[in-house]
Design a protein around this ligand. Structure first.
Ligand code: FES
Length: 223
């Protein structure tokens, strides 16, 4: 118990040190900013994200027809997301992922290799995975190839803010979770170790008893 308590204290101390160093020299802040006092750093509302979501061709060109944007293709593709739909054109064999990006259709991806199902969309009553699927070659001429994608509420537009209140809370929460997990794992490991030691001691005791009995038997026979 004492060991667990002391290891928890060490972890809390580490957490505090980490937190302090994050205040002094957070990653992503220039060397000049590192030497400035905290109140001079551009944090909170003044923080300017380093990157912003890159505009797609569709966003740059607005609502112009696909041909006017330089998109070519023989198949009419329609992306439906809730009440919204976006029409575009594509050639057979083109990855649906690329077609969606060109058309400005947001699709949320996870693994990006057809394993997790995050991007799953419906097409002709069947589920497809846009991250790996391509526009088929057997679409009937003149018919639309309709892909129903899931509605996504939160689209990432920029990197998060440093030092937002939520980031502090989440950081603290994660550290507490980590400490609990550490203590729990150590307890389980200690129990396991004690059981193993107990078993090994029992085996050693029985072996010694057997050896002693064998020696006594041999001594009795030789007399
Ligand atoms: S992103 Fe995982 S299956 Fe498409």
């Amino acid at each position: 118990m004492y060991k667990i308590f002391s290891s928890s204290l060490v972890l809390i101390a580490l957490f505090c040190v980490q937190g302090t160093s994050a205040w002094v020299a957070p990653s992503g802040i220039s060397n000049r900013a590192r030497s400035e006092p905290l109140h001079a750093l551009k944090i909170g509302k003044n923080y300017k994200p380093k990157w912003k979501k890159k505009e797609t061709l569709a966003e740059q060109e607005g609502s112009a027809a696909p041909q006017e944007k330089g998109i070519t293709g023989t198949i009419n593709v329609v992306f439906q997301s809730g009440e919204n739909s976006i029409s575009t054109i594509a050639n057979p064999g083109t990855p649906i992922r690329d077609v969606a990006t060109q058309a400005g259709q947001f699709i949320k991806y996870g693994c990006g290799k057809g394993e997790c199902g995050t991007c799953a969309a419906k097409c002709g009553g069947q589920w497809i995975k846009p991250c790996i699927a391509v526009i088929p070659g057997d679409v009937v001429p003149g018919e639309d190839y309709v892909i129903e994608v899931k509605e996504v509420k939160n689209k990432a537009k920029s990197s998060g803010k440093f030092y937002s209140f939520r980031s502090f809370i989440m950081g603290f929460y994660n550290n507490v979770l980590g400490m609990f997990a550490f203590v729990k794992t150590r307890r389980a490991a200690k129990k396991n170790y004690d059981e193993r030691m107990e078993f090994e001691a029992m085996v050693a005791k029985r072996t010694a008893e057997k050896k002693a009995a064998k020696a006594a038997k041999e001594a009795a026979e030789s007399e």
